[in-house]
Design a protein. Sequence first.
Length: 445
Amino acid sequence: MRLTRYFLPVLKENPAEAKIVSHRLMLRAGMIKQASAGIYSWLPMGLKVMQRIERIVHEEQARAGHLPVLMPTLQSADLWRESGRYDDYGEEMLRMQDRHGRDMLYTPTAEELITDIFRAHVSSYKDLPLTLYQIQWKFRDEIRPRFGVMRGREFYMKDGYNFDVDYEHALHAYNRHMVSYLRSYERMGLQAIPMRADSGPIGGEDTHEFLVLAETGESEVFYDSAITGLTLGDRDIDYTNWDQCALIAREWTEPYARTDETHDEALFNQVPEARRKVSRGIEVGQIFYFGTKYSDAMGASVVNDKGEQVPVHMGSHGIGVSRLLGAIIEASHDDNGIVWPEGVTPFHCGIVNLRQGDAGTDRVCEDLYAAMTAAGLEPLYDDREERAGAKFATMDLIGLPWRITVGPRGVKNGVVELTCRRTGESEELKPEMALARVKEIYSSV
RNA sequence: CGGGGCGUAGCGCAGUCUGGUAGCGCGGCGGUUUUGGGAACCGUAGGUCGUAAGUUCGAAUCUUACCGUCCCGACCA
């Protein structure tokens, strides 16, 4: 993409309404525009990052054997009356009527609808296990939305639902989700720690929240620092292997890690003092096992291998996709702007032409741009008639992890400069070598 | 929902107390000179002062109501 052809309305000054860094940077980097309280329009670069996150989620769900569906945002109240939640949900649920006076609502979650799909089409244990998920807009009418996309009213979320014949199978589904979530977050460049949590209004017996450590987090968190060293890396994972999933889940849930809601001081004190950490965290996902709550209420049952009619065991699982943009920025930025992890960056590499219109720099930039594009990477070429300072400031603000700077001095010597956004380190390389380096970096992402 | 702010150009703000020609910086557009960390100069466009009613010869400014939005609290993926 050439910057002169892109729509990137960056702001030099901080918008008054944004108090926390991710909100400020998303507005300044031209990623979002507030439409009304807690509701945002997504501009091209913000949408691009969101789509990268979405893609990682889809890929990891596919790997775990889960199937995508798409359910409506506007739902009839009928199913919600059947489960009893139409009355339980309260003011957070946005309610409305259609022209016939029928009660409708904007979905805050989709247990009812998915259970309705299930009961209509599945009747045998042979069709299980089944996990369906969607990535769809949700709405919760927060009393006080704040912090930009981190606590919006409208939000984009992956919500998934597993259906299993009994508790043991459902437990594996739980563990499988834990592993797939850990993988997803790792690919986004995040360390998200599973923490035992309360189940809240969704209702459940077993539940973990995934929290990203950040000063601006909404929850206070207590954890054993041993957990922050854990990583899946390139472990070979077989999602059909119950033992392997259980083992990984245990590895990540054994060290103490809880939010203030479930914090147990006595247990915490058993952690060696040097490893006891108190911090704040942003919740970026949650998994639940809730058994037969909805299947009982809505009559979703299957015949098991003994010929008995049994209610299905269910769980639900969420990843806050739009919220993740804020969380990633909170966890990865500096005074000059965003620092995108390679896994979610909107463009793989910036190309900065320091002397637009100069035959030499223009040619090197164009060649790099074409070669990088041909290699399957997406560069952002700053081809504006701007001075160096303005171009650097823009690149730093929008946070592309790598930048190639092409100036007349370097071109004369046959080199360009490759700079790492995170460390600020630069090296001078021949253009083809710089390209090779960028290709190599992304080959493992 | 309780408490407290704020609504004036795309963004950041002054002007409101004490009523009388709507301003500044950034950004935009045109031009000249610049060119390795948000350049300088010249020119130029851009505003129902949140909305409505009221007071007044006259309202951005005073009064009332409403709307929007932000912050703290309670609540929450």
